[in-house]
Design a protein around this ligand. Structure first.
Ligand SMILES: [Zn+2]
Length: 461
């Protein structure tokens, strides 16, 4: 305990130096989406590798088919200590529209808003601020104790904001080198300003495109109307049948692998006091639209979805054009939970469409990818250990939460490296990630660093 206290005290007294290092990284314009910034991305990778190496975590910039990875290794904790892999990303989103920023997005500063100190810069939260909480916790351990309590591999990518084209090939090629007992992923939020969180569930995704074709070309509705099949009507009819009047998805077999929330989960989520009225109210809504019999939190964490994301067909320009189009298309996606199999969900959807397709129509599909859901038992040893360490830092029990979205790297770690992930982050819903005036609370940064120092201690104990 005295050891951990000394490390925490070191983090407190070194906060200024720690912020200066964070600001160095934030000044690098590592926008991965824009090739004009490729050199800046490489500079950010170099900065991370040099910083880790100077701390005693031997790291190198590693080439990929795209922007480089940074890989570092520390083996000084001994054979019996656990081996963790820390994942983060050094790239950031573009900054447009620049005129909406209150200051230069690459000139970080601490500003005070509503009595709260905030680090303002592109990447302050996503993900440079978050990854630096881990770097600085490791630095404090190494400075005070001369060692880390765990063996560590660091993996940083530079294409997270550009759909990570190099990640799967890199993981495939370097699986043996990267595999660890558990991954630490720092790209998520706290439950609220005071309550830290470990995310234990992520929904999966299936994305498909459906194109219904009828006549050989667009037709005049006066000449062909009522004689010719209209593919917009056909598609709308099929899509409107995806849900019944209770909001349940009607594709046969769709719910295979979907488990009801357990009594324990329901009790935990109940205790979180989620304000569903405010959640919907923030976006101008008031009536939950999901399956009957579930709370809003259950809708977004524990239930699968079928959503039409876009429909295209016919004439949508100015004025009137009396046309019966030759084709209509839709983009349709499914959020998956539990053990739902993406291939079976896709097949189920395609069969659902084909079964309802009238004669004289043809249908094509385009596969836009998919991933399984991730769900980890909330009483698993890694999760329990991390939860306790976070609770110790923040003085209240850390929440075990679900997430409605997907984090592909977590799925890849699970299915390519057989490794679970601890999803711990200190962001807030109002951090404006990807938007102008992105910020990270100073409290998130400082206590996030302290939190990781505690988590490392707990994992190594
Ligand atoms: Zn992002």
């Amino acid at each position: 305990m005295a050891q951990l206290d000394a490390i925490l005290a070191h983090i407190d007294s070194e906060l200024e130096g720690s912020l200066e290092r964070l600001f160095q990284l934030l000044r690098i314009k590592s926008i991965s989406a824009d090739s004009a910034y490729a050199d800046d991305c490489r500079a950010a990778a170099r900065w991370c590798a040099d910083t880790l190496s100077a701390m005693g975590i031997e790291a190198a910039v590693r080439d990929t088919i795209g922007l480089p990875m940074v890989v570092g290794h520390y083996r000084g904790a001994g054979e019996s200590a656990p081996h963790v892999l820390f994942y983060g990303h050094y790239d950031v989103q573009p900054v447009d529209p620049l005129e909406l920023w209150t200051r230069d997005p690459f000139d970080p500063a601490i500003v005070e808003v509503d009595g709260e100190k905030r680090i303002l810069a592109r990447g302050a939260a996503d993900d440079k601020g978050q990854l630096m909480t881990f770097f600085e916790a490791a630095r404090a351990w190494l400075n005070v104790e001369g060692r880390l309590p765990v063996n560590l591999t660091v993996l940083l990518e530079g294409e997270e904001e550009s759909s990570s084209p190099s990640m799967v090939p890199f993981l495939t090629e370097n699986a043996d080198e990267l595999k660890a007992d558990v991954a630490l992923v720092c790209d998520t939020n706290m439950w609220d300003r005071r309550t830290p969180a470990v995310a234990t569930m992520l929904r999966g995704l299936v994305y498909d495109e459906v194109i219904v074709e009828a006549a050989s070309h667009d037709l005049h509705s006066g000449l062909y109307g009522s004689a010719a099949r209209n593919p917009i009507h056909v598609l709308a009819d099929i899509l409107s049948g995806l849900h019944d009047s209770d909001g349940r998805i009607t594709i046969p077999g769709f719910y295979d692998g979907v488990a009801e929330p357990t009594a324990e989960q329901r009790a935990l989520w109940q205790a979180l006091d989620f304000d569903s009225a405010a959640f919907l109210g923030d976006v101008g809504l008031s009536i939950p639209a999901g399956e009957a019999g579930y709370s809003v939190l259950e809708h977004i964490w524990a239930r699968p979805t079928a959503e039409v994301n876009g429909v295209v067909g016919g004439y949508a320009g100015e004025g009137a054009k009396t046309v019966i189009p030759a084709e209509a298309s839709a983009k349709v996606s499914f959020r998956l939970v539990g053990e739902q199999d993406p291939d079976r969900v896709r097949d189920g959807f395609r069969n659902f469409v084909k079964d309802r397709l009238p004669g004289d129509c043809r249908v094509r599909f385009i596969d836009h990818g998919g991933d399984r859901a991730i769900s980890q038992p909330s009483d698993g040893p890694w999760i329990r250990t991390a939860q306790q360490a976070l609770s110790d830092e923040w003085g209240c029990e850390a929440a075990l939460i679900g997430m409605g979205g997907s984090i592909p790297i977590v799925t890849q770690f699970k299915h390519m490296l057989g490794m679970d992930s601890l999803l711990i982050g200190f962001g807030h819903a109002d951090d404006r990630v990807h938007s102008p005036n992105e910020k990270y609370n100073l409290d998130s940064y400082h206590r996030g660093t302290r939190s990781w120092a505690r988590v490392l201690a707990a994992l190594g104990a």
